[in-house]
Design a protein around this ligand. Structure first.
Ligand SMILES: C[S@@+](CC[C@H](N)C(=O)[O-])C[C@H]1O[C@@H](n2cnc3c(N)ncnc32)[C@H](O)[C@@H]1O
Length: 350
């Protein structure tokens, strides 16, 4: 069966790594294509297993992938025509495995997406697919649809897919308490992955907010110790609530990350979502924060330690990293965070 996952922009390679690592050596998986925000792959196992992917926002079963879509309206006809004699048997089985029951008169809804110049509109695309499925006896509903059909045309590629994941695939049950600038768990997970977790890790997030990064690390496998801190009591309360009694040993502190009460050379990994500047109003204050907390991170980090930092303030972070010439940026990824361009830096001692 052909599947696709949708990921946040910039996380495609990390998602590919996760897929290969978790399913690649079972001979069930073959990754076919990596597109912007999308991976397409064949998988012969139970699709329910794919719902546990931690980088994915949505999981789809691809019914039809059509290359060579043109601008003209005839490409609409070929896309909808492909549904005329389509055999839905395999789709039904696949849906059943993830808990979607297929009925003869299936209530459905179509979501359409279109990019690039075309001689038709997004709504035209949606309507032809709706008509094709109505002609197969399905039942169009404006309410809660049992089946969400997605039809998309991006560049030369057309897709008709069925959504297998629920809207909460990228959410995590641990996240009960939130703070305003809280990070998406999929991005937090990706940052933790970039730190190359190891069972002996002493792991620090010195501006932990609601604890998303620390929790993603805790869930990723063994560690030696987790340390979190934040200047805000509300943020720390959220972290404590989200952790509950699980994931020991760990310790949380209310502190100023510019002056950490930790010994030098004691931490293996620092993973931190730096404030973007929305809460810290002016640039001199933000520069001061970045300068002093970077110095502290470098001080507490062991010589072979690693930092993974997220910011939207690329210039400020570049300037401050340059001042600390003993640090070396090994990797820099452009990612999308709440619709804003941001960067993940992987930093080591030079
Ligand atoms: C972008 S948020 C982190 C969000 C977090 N990754 C999450 O998912 O909830 C930045 C955090 O830095 C904290 N912060 C700002 N200045 C700080 C400082 N000087 N020391 C410690 N924490 C600070 C804020 O209180 C906020 O919780």
């Amino acid at each position: 069966m052909l599947y696709s996952i949708i990921v946040s922009a910039g996380l495609e390679n990390i998602a590919r790594e996760e897929l290969s690592e978790r399913f690649g050596n079972t001979e069930h998986l073959k990754i076919l294509e990596r597109k912007p925000q999308r991976l397409i792959f064949q998988y012969t196992g139970n699709p329910r297993e794919l719902l546990s992917l931690r980088t994915a926002e949505h999981l789809f079963l691809v019914l039809k992938q059509m290359p060579k879509m043109t601008r003209s309206r005839s490409s609409l006809a070929s896309l909808s025509g492909s549904l005329k004699r389509f055999n839905f048997k395999e789709m039904s089985e696949c849906c059943r495995q993830v808990g979607i029951n297929i009925r003869k008169r299936m209530p459905f809804r179509v979501t359409s997406r279109l990019s690039g110049k075309r001689n038709f509109r997004r709504i035209d695309l949606q309507r032809v697919i709706e008509q094709a499925l109505l002609a197969r006896g399905w039942y169009l509903t404006a309410g809660r649809a049992a089946l969400e059909v997605w039809t998309e045309i991006h560049g030369d590629d057309g897709y008709i897919s069925v959504k297998l994941s629920r809207n909460d695939m990228a959410q995590r049950p641990y996240k009960q308490a939130h703070i305003p600038a809280s990070l998406k768990p999929t991005v937090a997970y990706s940052m933790v992955r970039l730190s190359r977790p190891h069972p002996t890790d002493v792991f620090l997030d010195a501006m932990c907010g609601a604890g998303t990064i620390l929790l993603e690390r805790a869930l990723m496998g063994r560690y030696d110790y987790l340390i979190g801190g934040d200047v805000s009591v509300d943020a720390l309360d959220a972290t404590v609530m989200n952790f509950g009694r699980k994931h020991q040993p760990r310790q949380f502190f209310q502190w100023d990350a510019r002056k950490l009460p930790l010994q030098r050379d004691t931490v293996d990994k620092v993973v931190c979502n730096l404030p973007f500047g929305e809460t810290i109003g002016n640039l001199p204050q933000l520069t001061n924060l970045y300068r002093h907390c970077l110095k502290e991170y470098a001080r507490v980090l062991k010589p072979r330690g690693k930092m993974v930092l997220l910011t939207s303030q690329r210039t400020t972070l570049n300037d401050e990293l340059e001042r600390l010439h003993f640090l070396d940026v090994r990797q820099r990824l452009t990612v999308d965070v709440r619709g804003k361009k941001a960067w993940i830096y992987v930093v080591r001692f030079a």
